[in-house]
Design a protein around this ligand. Structure first.
Ligand SMILES: NC(=O)c1ccc[n+]([C@@H]2O[C@H](COP(=O)([O-])OP(=O)(O)OC[C@H]3O[C@@H](n4cnc5c(N)ncnc54)[C@H](O)[C@@H]3O)[C@@H](O)[C@H]2O)c1
Ligand SMILES: O=C(O)C(=O)C[C@@H](O)[C@H](O)[C@H](O)COP(=O)(O)O
Ligand SMILES: [Zn+2]
Length: 369
């Protein structure tokens, strides 16, 4: 098992990455189980596959699990779900000192984390991520949110979990498409700040996607360590360091909005395509060599992720996509900083980008091929 600390000003929590953590959850999470029952917010597919293991461990320790089911999909990151969940948590008499557990992917983690941020002005929570994406990214760092019709994650809070248990066994039931989507965020850590990790993924990516034990554990642990380092440096995305984790997301969130947060494009797929667009735009601006942009495109394509926006056959213009970007949370005094690349492993925040130029670039990309 790998144990990665997330060190914040004055506090710290652990991300544990390993096999079989859920079947000993009562021991792993013992300090956060202070009553004879615990509230668990669960994605229904995660619960169907892994709920019994969790229940068994808790019940053996004399703790009753109380379940709140969440339907799969982005639609659950909504005001309606948040209202139902907070009402249910209140009905369970959750107190500020209690911990609510989130079992599932990023949707359940983001929704539960936000509910816990506002419940009685803040109660504890523990992340039990069951998708590759949530293990390497969303369960760590305390960004919690729901979507609104105006865009992605537009209402939320920073609220850190007290513990993250990433049980790699849970990935054995994850559909391959979801594995690939999570792999996009793994690749992101390399492209934004660790060229050596990109080299490693080029060699071991297939083994990671094939869920071979050692490479999978290494990929998850390296990703979590990269995220923990950045979050420790800039917990609330104020200095610019954390904004680099948004590589591919300015494009990606616009694509998710344009496709209605639907299954047509999963978050990880949008990020993969967004990374390709950020790399190509960087090359077009003369910031990065064209061959490095091609290398990013190839890494995305080789993982079975979408690399060409034209293939989505969107009925929109570059300007429409740029309009979605107006809601981006990085927008500052009318300027939207973009995360661009000087090379693989060298992302930076560019405040000089003109949205009209991005729109023109996207028009070219929408028509290419
Ligand atoms: N807070 C953050 O820092 C952060 C970071 C990255 C992404 N996100 C958010 O995370 C969300 C995407 O998360 P995701 O990719 O985990 O998607 P998800 O939560 O929608 O889960 C993906 C699918 O996998 C199923 N599933 C989950 N675990 C399973 C398992 N073990 N076996 C079988 N099926 C399982 C779910 O039912 C769902 O259909 C997006 O909303 C994104 O915005 C947040
Ligand atoms: O943790 C972060 O910081 C990230 O940016 C991680 C992203 O992968 C994640 O999708 C995040 O939710 C996007 O943040 P947002 O602030 O653009 O909503
Ligand atoms: Zn993301």
């Amino acid at each position: 098992m790998a144990v990665i600390p997330v060190e914040l000003a004055g506090r710290e929590y652990e991300v544990r990455v390993g096999h079989g953590l859920l079947q000993s959850i009562a021991t792993e999470a013992e300090p956060f189980l202070r009553k004879r029952h615990v509230c668990i917010v669960a994605d229904i597919n995660a619960r169907a596959n892994w709920g019994d293991a969790v229940s068994r461990s808790l019940e053996l320790a004399g703790i009753e699990p109380r379940w709140f089911d969440v339907a799969p999909g982005e639609a659950s990151k909504s005001w309606d779900s948040l209202a139902c969940l907070t009402d249910w948590l209140l009905a369970q008499n959750v107190e500020r000192g209690d911990h609510v557990f989130a079992l599932g992917g990023g949707v359940v983690g983001d929704l539960t984390g936000f509910a816990c941020a506002i419940l009685k002005r803040g109660c504890g929570f523990v992340q039990l991520p069951t998708t590759l994406l949530s293990q390497v990214d969303s369960s760590v760092g305390g960004k919690t949110a729901i979507n609104t019709p105006a865009g992605k994650n537009l209402v939320g809070a920073f609220h850190q979990p007290s513990l993250v248990l990433a049980d790699l066994n849970t990935l054995s039931t994850l559909p391959q498409r979801e594995m690939r989507a999570g792999y996009a965020e793994v690749l992101k850590y390399g492209v934004l700040g660790d060229r050596g990790f990109v080299d490693w993924l080029e060699e071991h990516g297939d083994a990671v996607l094939g869920m071979e034990q050692a490479p999978l554990e290494e990929a998850v642990a390296r990703s979590v360590s990269a995220k923990a380092r950045i979050v420790a440096e800039d917990e609330r995305e104020t200095s610019g360091a954390r904004a680099l984790l948004n590589l591919g997301h300015t494009f990606g969130h616009a694509l998710e909005a344009e496709t209605g947060f639907s299954d047509k494009l999963l978050h990880g797929e949008a990020v993969a395509l967004g990374m390709v667009l950020a790399a190509r735009y960087s090359a077009r601006c003369g910031l990065m060599r064209g061959e490095d942009a091609e290398r990013v495109t190839h890494a995305v394509d080789a993982a079975g992720l979408p690399a060409e926006i034209s293939a989505l056959e969107l009925a929109c213009s570059g300007g429409d996509l740029a309009d979605h970007m107006q809601h981006d949370k990085k927008m500052d005094a009318g300027i939207l900083p973009f995360i661009l690349l000087r090379g693989i492993g060298s992302a930076f925040l560019d405040r000089e980008v003109r949205l009209e130029d991005v729109a023109a670039f996207l028009d070219e990309q929408l028509q290419a091929h």
